[in-house]
Every structure is written in C-alpha cells, then in structure tokens.
Design a protein. Structure first.
Length: 104
C-alpha cells in the first residue's frame, strides 16, 4: 500500500487520520458482522496520514509515538473533522490515540 500524500501538516502533538471506510467497518477483524445500526456510527479507527513534530515539555520536544502508515484506535469524541480535497480526515492529539493496531 502506497503512503498517501496530503497537503496538511499538523502542529505539535497532533495527528491526521484517514478514518476507515464503511465497508471495512461492516465486519470486525475476527469476522463478526456488525449490525447496520452500529455500522452507521463514525469509525473509531483509521490510518495515520500525517504527524506533527511533537509537543514541548520543560523546553524539550517529546517525539511522537505514532508514525505515518500506522493503523490506530482513537477516542470516539476526541477529534476534529476536516475535509481536504473532498476526503474526510480527523485531526486529533496523540493523547487521543488509544492503541496502534499491528499489521499482520
């Protein structure tokens, strides 16, 4: 999978996430089918497409844990929605990222 290029650079400890599509959310990774009513909710996972440089604490920059290409789980209400070139993205603080989903 090629890394996606977008024309936005998040500041500080923020990350830009491309939410998973509705087709991906219709079935869980273990094969459990998610009902249509639950599938209509916004996804809580996606792929990181851009990261900031990290925040400053006590005069030193704290490096980011997540990187471009990571698939992450994030807090359901901890993001801002933006549209860039017609595509929806979420901008959130790294602290709103709950986990990195390892690739198989």
């Amino acid at each position: 999978m090629a890394k996606e290029q977008i024309s936005i650079t998040p500041l500080g400890d923020r990350v830009v996430v491309k939410p998973s599509g509705k087709d991906e959310a219709a079935k869980s990774p273990s094969g459990i089918i998610i009902p249509e009513t639950a599938a209509k909710e916004k996804p809580e996972h996606g792929t990181v497409v851009a990261v900031g440089l990290g925040k400053y604490e006590d005069g030193t920059r704290v490096p980011m844990t997540v990187k471009v290409g990571d698939t992450v789980l994030f807090s359901k209400y901890g993001y801002d929605e933006v549209k860039i070139s017609g595509q929806e993205y979420y901008i959130l603080s790294e602290s709103s990222v709950l986990a990195i989903i390892p690739k198989k």
